[in-house]
Each structure stands twice: as structure tokens, then as C-alpha cells.
Ligand binder design. Sequence first.
Ligand code: GLY
Length: 373
Amino acid sequence: MSTTKQDLVNVNLGERSYEIKIGNGVLSEIAKTIKTVSPDARCVIVTDSNVNSAHGDTLRAFLDGGGIAHSTLEVSPGEQSKSWSVFQQVVDGILAAKLERNDLVIAFGGGVVGDLAGFAASVVRRGMRFIQVPTSLLAQVDSSVGGKTGINSAHGKNLVGAFHQPAEVLIDLDVLKTLSPREFRAGYAEVAKYGLIKYPDFFSWLEQNHADVFSHGEGLAKAIQTSCEAKAEIVAADETESGQRALLNLGHTFGHALEGYTAYDGSRLVHGEGVAIGMMLAHRFSNRLNHCSMDDVTRVETHLKAVGLPTEISQIPGDLPSVETLMSFIAQDKKVKRGALTFILTKGVGKSYIADDIPPSEVFGFLTDQLTK
Ligand code: GLY
């Protein structure tokens, strides 16, 4: 039996509770995990071509070693795969593999694969169980935990989906070694987000220890574990986002609009970069509304720049968006209520709050200034 050192974080959701296992080499636990979740289960691995060529054979060897039957569905890497057409391919592929309700889907990849495979699992046979095996930093600290699944629409990001909790999350730190520096950095934006929303001590720790995190030192495991604990606490208190879970969207309303304007072209902007610029905009907008001091705005900007994340819309390659384009995406955001916009704003580092009464004209004026400065 494996003696892999691992940390456990529990996501407490009653009968939908599950464990997050974090550590170097925890991929070797996959067969044991599957047998615990659903003895005799067969599996379909949903993955993308990059992850499949880097780690697919390792995963399949662990499944073979545990005597677990499996097949693989491969999609193209990138946000473009969160589409109706790829979703249909994945759903049909799971059905073609003749998976039954006690079988399992394994989401093996970054946030795109996790969202896509989780959504497919939520609808096949009216709901199958699935295991998240996230391979990007972004997916490990955010999207694999909490049960948000879905795809994008021409109208905006993540507008079609379901809450569907995984049966288990396996976070292997070793797989991050093959991640590009750009993708690792983009995932770090979601790590910093936890500090900014309500864990200021964690933000201070990141300010001191980010170099160790980026060099895959011991700080990396701590950053991932702390992020998962924060996410688990917030999700356990508000699974379906009727309240404080919305804080996890800090920077996302602006960020999703920026991703929409680039048509999800990852060569221009990946999700975490959109979140970094979006978090910066949320702090500047909060300052404009007299809620957040300029010292805190500067502190956030200094940290994001120190790790090499973008902080300005003008850093996105290509033409600048028009304010109208960004406003049209913001108006489609899931957080619109009777004409007023909902934003996650902040009173300073670790003091975010939900503002659901923001007039669109305020946002329009703010974005006009940001695009012309
Ligand atoms: N990524 C935001 C959430 O899971 O609620």
C-alpha cells in the first residue's frame, strides 16, 4: 500500500461531503480512491491532449494496477472546449463507453476539463459521480472544489451549467512541474484571491513567501492547502451561492468581460490573468467609490506585479476593447439583478463584500477612465 505523504481537507456538505487529498504523488491513490467511492466502478477519463500526453499513461497505469477498467476521451486544450459541441461529444462519449450510474467519470486536467467533465457527469443518466484530478494550479486551488460545472455561451462565460459536487478531489503537486510558467502564474491569481477576499494573514504570508511557492518549495503545498481550506469553508457555508460564496468571484465580473472580449483566446488572455486584472479593477473601483484606501490598491498592485501577473487592461495583446463591449458582457453576468449590477468590492486587503446596487453608469465611467489613462 502506498505511504504517500498527504494532507486532507474535508468539504462538509452533508451527504455530498468529500475529501480533498493533497500531496506529492497522490495520483498513485486513484485506484484506492475509486474503490472507496464506488467498488467495481468502470471509468471514463476526460482529459485534454496536453495533459494526456504528459500524464495520461501514468494515470492509466495506476488504474490498470488496481484492476479498474477505463477508457479515455480527449478534448482540445483551451477555453474553446467549454462549448456546446464539445460538451455533446463528451456526453455521447460517456454513453458510448456504456458507463452505468455506479461508474465514474474522472476529470483529469485543468479548469476547462473539470468544468466540462463535471457538467457532462451531472446530466448523463440524470447524474453520475465524478472524481476531480486537477492538473493546473488554478484547478487545484479553485475550480475542482465546490461543484461548479459548466460551459460557456456566446453570451458569456459559464452561463450554462450545474452545481454537481465531485465524489473526491485528488491534488498531486508533482503534475504541476510540467505546467508552463504562464499557466502556473495565472493559477496563482486565484491563490492570492483568497487572501484578498477574507484571509489577510494569508495575503501577508504570500507577500513574504511567493518566491518559495513559485519555485515549488514547501510553501507550494501550504499555499494549495490553505486555498482549499478557504474554499471548503466558504462552499460548506453557501453551496449554491445564495450569499458569501459570491465573494469567490472577486475580480471575476471584470475578468469574465475581458475574456469575453478576447473570445476566450488563450494566446491573448487566460482565465487567471483575467482574474488578476479584474481583481485590480475591483480594488481601483472600490477606491473610486471611497471604500478602499489607495495604500491597499498599491499593496495589491505591488504583489501582483511582483509575481508577474498583469494589472492593466492595456497589457492584453491586441486592440483595446470598447467600454460598450465590456459593458455588454458585464450586463450578461450572472450577478445582474433588475438592472443594478452586483460586484465584489472591498474595504481593503481581506475585507471584500458583496455590493448589489452598483449603477451601470458608475461602471461605465470607471472603465472609460481605465481605458483612456
Ligand atoms: N470559482 C468560484 C466558485 O467556485 O464559487
